[in-house]
Design a protein around this ligand. Sequence first.
Ligand code: TA6
Length: 284
Amino acid sequence: MNKYTLPALEKMGIRPGARHGLPVYHIENPYAEAEISPYGAHVLSYTPKGEKDLLWLSEKSWFEEGKPIRGGIPVCWPWFSDAGTPKHGIARIAMWEMETARVEADMSTTLIFSLDRQAFCGLTARLLVNVGPALSLALRTKNHSTSSRTLSEALHTYFAVKDITKVSILGLEQDDLPESEKLFPNFRKGRLTFRQETDLVCYPDEKTLVIDDQGAGRKIRVERAGSATAVVWNPWIAKSKAMPDFGDDEYKTMVCVEAANARDGVVGIIPGSAHTLRTRISLI
Ligand code: TA6
């Protein structure tokens, strides 16, 4: 249960509500508006004042407990992809507790969600979301067990773009790809473009990637910390058609650029210690 009263939240510019039956917190401050659901600790939108939403949400998304939301920022934890069942972990289909809400000195807004009550193999998770001139997320995992644990994870961010054929990702090199993917086309001089299904798990030294959305005339900066892996995904035509919670043409207006620790970038956490994965998203 929420420890904050409605007037206390409203005073902080936080309005509890619902979207398609799931609980959400709507945040408004001098910098931006955002919507975050405790279901999955899922950021659904982030709209800096005077701009369009930086995040993308499918018209076909489920909004149903037990099923993941398609769009926004799914939290993949404590494993990424098919490293366990369900795919992408339990966090995105769990109800988190909103344990802290506060307005910072710079008037940005912070919400902290926790999965502490549902330790998974001794691991607990806490997600801090700060809505300000940038959208910042910090996912902290603590190992309360007596043995070391291996963690894989992602802040699986879906970005809104105008036209995927006019989008490039800056900051990735072909050398950042694993050997098996080195021949993936569409890399040119530090620019990755989209002409086919793209599902790349990369290991870039570069901690800042840029989405150059020429159709919209905007650039989005995606910074990572505590993250060995960056994932870039667009399902393109056939896969879009095969997903029931994804519109056939929706691949044209989205791209995922994810701060992650996955595949060869998994994290080992010794007993009693913690690891934090961070991302910071802002318009350039
Ligand atoms: O991050 C990329 C990825 O792992 C893709 O392989 C992909 O199919 C996707 O995430 C979406 O997964 P989902 O389980 O949400 O359909």
